[in-house]
Unconditional design. Structure first.
Length: 127
């Protein structure tokens, strides 16, 4: 694995750790940030895999579209049942004060990020 891929994964892991720490505070003003952190974790992890496979990734934040790109490279990496569209949407909502983000949303976002990580990380060991 090259240094660029490692850096993307390290940053994704940093987002996951930060979100996991922040979620424990249970502060309604932190909930939007937590959702964005988990979305960013997933986005960076998916893009890291595309870089790992030496594929230029689209400059998008749509997790479902990125997951399709990953799946096309390796059909064993299947995100069926993981709510990627929801996480993309909630992260967009979280960027603006008009959208309500609650504690349940942060828990749901964390579960999705964990599911994605568990699904894809083993495939970085393959050549």
């Amino acid at each position: 694995m090259n240094e660029t891929v490692k850096e993307w994964l390290n940053r994704a892991e940093g987002d996951f750790r930060s979100g996991t720490r922040e979620i424990k505070i249970q502060d309604e003003y932190s909930y939007p940030v937590v959702c964005v952190l988990f979305q960013q974790c997933v986005e960076k992890t998916l893009k890291a895999y595309l870089i790992f496979k030496q594929v230029d990734f689209p400059k998008i934040h749509d997790l479902e579209k990125l997951a399709v790109e990953v799946y096309q490279l390796n059909p064993k990496i299947n995100f069926t049942g993981i709510e990627l569209d929801w996480l993309t949407s909630i992260a967009g909502t979280a960027r603006y004060p008009e959208g309500f983000i609650g504690e349940e949303d942060t828990q749901r976002a964390m579960v999705i990020a964990r599911q994605v990580r568990e699904t894809i990380l083993p495939y970085f060991e393959e050549g």
